[in-house]
Design a protein around this ligand. Sequence first.
Ligand code: COA
Length: 218
Amino acid sequence: MNHDASTSACPTASPPTSDLRYVQYDGAREDEYVSAMRQLISKDLSEPYSIYVYRYFLYQWGNLCFMAMDDSRPEDPMVGVVVSKLEPHRSGPLRGYIAMLAVREDYRGRGIATKLVRMAIDAMIELNADEIALETEITNTAAIKLYERLGFLRSKRLHRYYLNGNSAYRLVLYLKEGVGSIRTADPYAVHADARPEMAGPILAPPPALLHGNGGGVI
Ligand SMILES: CC(C)(COP(=O)(O)OP(=O)(O)OC[C@H]1O[C@@H](n2cnc3c(N)ncnc32)[C@H](O)[C@@H]1OP(=O)(O)O)[C@@H](O)C(=O)NCCC(=O)NCCS
């Protein structure tokens, strides 16, 4: 998750957030929701994601996308969003992945992101997730603090992970005892019975779209 640091300053205005409504993504309202979340998320990116990135996540894991809505601004109610997915990681643990998280600048610092991430975590736990991972820019102190307070641990530093040259931390939340030591398939291993010309990764690499934004996924 890469963000444009120039847009992350704390706001001075402070709209009330007591009556926010938190909702799960609904495919029947795709046009309305996706255009609002693109607008919200693209504010913090150096380059906006294509519509296909959103569709990749929302068509398969719309149940893991949650939004915060402020109905006092009916013309533009979406003030926060989290987009996630859940699938086996290299034939090993069932891994959730938080792909995008953003809160409108003038609504930050009041627990909205924490609530959204908790909703995503709870939904993944319901689906028997073993662990949840994400990447965040090493300079994104707000995000790192938020996730560490929720129990995420730094598992790797990814040198120059983003296309803009910035490095990232991979953060992981282990949901079950012993999950951190579950074996995963080695993507560089060669099957013992494979013919040499068939040798190669066991699994397809992660979709390029996850890292193709001049910043990876936010
Ligand atoms: C990161 C982001 C989602 C946080 O949203 P938020 O609603 O303000 O977060 P919360 O109010 O739930 O804050 C949770 C914790 O994060 C930390 N935090 C939030 N804003 C912070 C800031 N500006 N500086 C340092 N820590 C901050 C605090 O520890 C806070 O807990 P506290 O208020 O008890 O101290 C928001 O700043 C944002 O949209 N940033 C741009 C996009 C982005 O960076 N997304 C994440 C990519 S990994």
